[in-house]
Write a protein that binds this ligand. Structure first.
Ligand code: LLP
Length: 433
């Protein structure tokens, strides 16, 4: 999304729509998604696999932003879906997402979640631990059903965004370890059931990754194990799922690769390793979340109180904060912003953008250059499409923000703003005994 596009009024435009009008129409804080950008991101993955003639599924990791409208767009773009909970699965079913293209994740899937997946006939379960294998077998017997699964393995590679460490014993709550025999034991337990088909392996090495080296290392590790299991157990995978984690641009310092590059490099390595170990090329699945929706989202806020501490800092408070964007507080994540109603005004000062929660750590941006800013201005923060709304919360009993989709000059509300009645809708009064 272009962060500097403006109209004759000097207002930021998002997919041709005036951002200040959006703020006036729907109120703030407001999540605005440029749907064309979502489609473009999705197609960068989907089309590249197609052009390379490789069987693939691009599963949108819906934890990044799950809503009925979003999943409808994902379906229109030919994506599959990664869900990690009953809530995300429920949203997918509400959106009438094709069930056979839904993949269920989770490191502690409950009996209810597994039961729902089986009853709904979702496409595949990514098995994560030994308890799950037991529960799954029990349920499949009870319902006399079959299930395709992927075995989630921990390859011993950890991405630290810019570099990787190869650890003998990666310390992770997810998946079965490749190096200590757990993954092999899990494979044998799964294969022992004639109701379970082990379609292949899954791994996810981290998030916001800016180059392909870690993915290549992971592919090599997977094939090392597969080569071994082929000899010992005659196992061949139909699918390799290499997870998500493709990096996006939050600030100017971020230099993400074109999304197509990840696909090309992954395909090249999987082809070469398949050849080396004598496998026919498996289907390649990936699970981008952030790379599909991150740079398509903008959050609009209204500026309120401004506190100037001479020679120290100017705090500009907005009407949202860690309730709609937890990432700065949680990960020290950095964002860029613009004053949406003053796009033509010259930069005047450096300020810090504060949220309105009762918490000193509720800061959205430390030090951002802005024009002369005043109460009532509309502030836009960019690249907030992933893990913004989805990690939003009710701290200080703030209602959840609204979400608007914008495409071809049209705007449409896709998640309503929560009302105060809804904030207290589950509360019951206490009757003193
Ligand atoms: N697949 C698996 C198994 C995952 O665990 C994740 C992210 C993804 C796919 C999608 O990763 P992505 O492409 O979006 O980077 N809340 C954090 C991110 C946590 C991601 C957890 N798993 C954040 O705001 O950065």
């Amino acid at each position: 999304m272009n962060r500097t596009e403006s109209n004759e009024l000097g207002h930021l435009t998002i997919a041709g729509v005036d951002a200040v009008d959006l703020a006036n129409t729907y109120g703030t804080p407001l999540f605005v998604y440029d749907v064309e950008q979502i489609r473009k991101n999705a197609q960068s993955f989907v089309q590249t696999f197609k052009e390379l003639g490789v069987q693939a599924q691009v599963a949108y990791a819906s934890k990044a932003f799950s809503s009925v409208a979003m999943l409808q767009v994902a379906q229109q773009e030919g994506l599959s879906l990664d869900v990690v909970s009953q809530g995300e699965m429920h949203t997918a079913i509400q959106a009438e997402f094709p069930k056979e293209r839904i993949h269920l994740h989770g490191n502690n899937k409950s009996m209810d979640e597994l039961e729902m997946a089986i009853k709904e006939g979702i496409g595949c379960i990514v098995v994560d631990n030994f308890l799950e294998i037991e529960l799954l077998k029990e349920l499949l017997t009870k319902y006399e059903q079959q299930m395709d699964v992927l075995l989630r393995v921990t390859p011993g590679i950890e991405a630290h965004t810019h570099d990787y460490i190869l650890t003998g014993q990666e310390d992770s709550k997810f998946g079965f370890d490749l190096w200590n025999g757990q993954a092999e034991q899990a494979l044998l337990q799964l294969q022992a059931s004639d109701r379970i088909h082990v379609k292949g392996l899954h791994c996810h090495i981290g998030s916001q990754i800016f180059e392909t080296h870690g993915f290549i290392m992971a592919v090599k590790k997977l094939f090392e194990a597969l080569g071994n299991w082929k000899e010992k157990h005659g196992y061949t995978p139909d699918v390799l799922n290499l997870g998500g984690g493709f990096g996006i641009k939050y600030t100017d310092e971020d230099e993400p690769l074109p999304l197509t590059t990840y696909v090309k490099e992954l395909v090249k390595e999987v082809k070469s390793q398949s050849m080396e170990y004598g496998f026919t090329l498996p289907e390649i699945w990936i699970e981008p979340g952030r790379a599909i929706v991150g740079d398509a989202g903008v959050t609009l806020y209204t500026v309120g109180a401004i506190k100037h501490i001479p020679d120290v800092r100017t705090y500009v408070s907005v009407d949202g904060g860690m309730t709609d964007n937890l990432r700065p507080a949680l990960y020290h994540a950095r964002y860029e912003a613009a004053v949406a109603n003053k796009m033509d005004a010259p930069i005047h000062q450096t300020v810090s953008i504060a949220g309105k929660c009762c918490e000193s750590g509720d800061m959205l941006i430390w030090d951002v250059d802005v024009p002369a800013i005043e109460s009532g201005d509309v502030l836009a923060t960019f690249s907030t499409g992933a893990y913004g709304y989805s990690m939003s919360n009710h701290y200080n009993r703030f209602p959840k923000s609204a979400v608007v989709f914008v495409e071809d000059g049209h705007h449409q509300l896709v998640i309503q703003r929560e009302s105060y009645q809804e904030v207290t809708r589950l509360d019951l009064s206490y009757e003193r005994p």
